[in-house]
Design a protein around this ligand. Structure first.
Ligand SMILES: C[S@@+](CC[C@H](N)C(=O)[O-])C[C@H]1O[C@@H](n2cnc3c(N)ncnc32)[C@H](O)[C@@H]1O
Length: 342
């Protein structure tokens, strides 16, 4: 039965798994059925797609550290708010090791678990020197902080508490409940591309409210088509070929949500929230740019207002600070409030 071999053999199965549309259909269905979110988490565990990738994940956290230093901010002694914890508290743990006083991290989804957190902490123990060097901290201090946590703790609170990390789920970064001007840093890694524009604007406004006057909002995000990481046959701008209506099924809703915003739109959202950009660094993916320019990636008219380079941006790094309040606007709003209270 040779035909069976060719249809169902390992190579065919690999081809199916690697085809982005199969993954997209699976996620679209799981997003729409009861219990789909739990099934998704289970599948991820089985496939190992949320396993710790120490080099990659640590480097992402350290990129935030680099951005903060580049924008003249500091981590030691700071109060930090993280948007979108995800599966592992890599960013909060690295910031804690570098001397942050308090790290509040929130997520609308329950991805973080005690085993993931403990595994991450144990793995970080092998990289203290690198963390100290890149974070500009003394190795002795980082080692000392590492000893204050018990990786065998029985609850997340017991594991994270001694590190000054407060994890909140379910919690929405649009309404943190934190006092005005109580945080030095608002950070996120690989989160903003998963948040619709109107919600992102509210998150930036909330960041603006909770940041101290000299505070920084520091984000790194990934505006590329995430399906290109499982299917090498598509470029990471592949999703630009679809209308919003078509994309809604593949990745415009539910578990695989990606907003497909292009970099000028992200820039506008920061500015609309009165966050002025110290750093806005973009990376253009050359393969995608080439495909757009030679016509092999036909871009939908919804994106035609962007240049080919803007369409092909696949990573962005941002450091923004509270824009100086316009005195005229502040005076007008103060007088409005005093009139109201009369
Ligand atoms: C792709 S994950 C990234 C997680 C983590 N930062 C990382 O790098 O592994 C994006 C996370 O943002 C969370 N998220 C989305 N909208 C949010 C919101 N409004 N407030 C807080 N978290 C949110 C999602 O639930 C998800 O866990």
């Amino acid at each position: 039965m040779c035909w069976q071999k060719s249809v169902y053999g390992p190579q065919s199965i690999t081809r199916i798994i690697m085809n982005w549309k199969y993954k997209a259909h699976l996620l679209a269905v799981l997003s729409r059925v009861p219990g789909g979110r739990a099934a998704y988490h289970c599948l991820q565990r089985m496939a190992g797609t949320n396993r710790l990738q120490l080099d990659r994940d640590l480097n992402r956290a350290l990129e935030l550290v680099d951005l903060i230093h580049e924008a003249d901010g500091k981590i030691a002694g700071s109060d930090v708010f993280e948007v979108g914890t995800g599966w592992r508290p890599m960013v909060p743990m690295v910031f804690s090791l570098l001397g942050a006083d308090r790290v509040v991290t929130v997520d609308v989804n329950p991805w973080l678990t005690l085993p993931y957190a403990a595994e991450t902490w144990r793995a970080l123990g092998t990289r203290l020197e690198e963390i100290a060097t890149r974070g500009g901290a003394s190795l002795e201090e980082v080692q000392q902080r590492y000893t204050c946590c018990n990786a065998h703790a029985h609850t997340l609170v017991d594991l994270l508490g001694p590190l000054g990390i407060e994890y909140h789920y379910p919690a929405d970064a649009r309404c943190t409940g934190l006092p005005e001007e109580s945080m030095d840093l608002v950070v996120s890694s690989n989160v903003l591309e998963h948040i619709p524009a109107e919600i992102q604007l509210d998150i930036h406004r909330e960041s603006q409210r909770i940041l101290r006057p000299d505070g920084l909002a520091v984000h790194r995000f990934n505006p590329q088509d995430h399906y290109s990481t499982v299917d090498g046959s598509i470029t990471n701008g592949n999703f630009l070929r679809y209308s919003s209506a078509d994309w809604n099924w593949y990745g415009g809703s539910g578990l695989s949500y990606h907003n497909r915003l292009r970099s000028p739109e992200y820039r506008t959202l920061f500015e609309q929230a009165q966050l002025s950009l110290d750093i806005f660094r973009e990376r253009v993916d050359q393969r995608t740019l080439q495909a757009i320019q030679d016509g092999s990636l036909p871009v939908h008219s919804e994106f035609s207002r962007f240049t080919a380079e803007e369409q092909a941006v696949d990573y962005v790094w941002v450091a923004a600070r509270k824009a100086p309040v316009d005195n005229a606007v502040a005076a007008a709003s103060a007088s409005l409030q005093s009139n109201r209270s009369l």
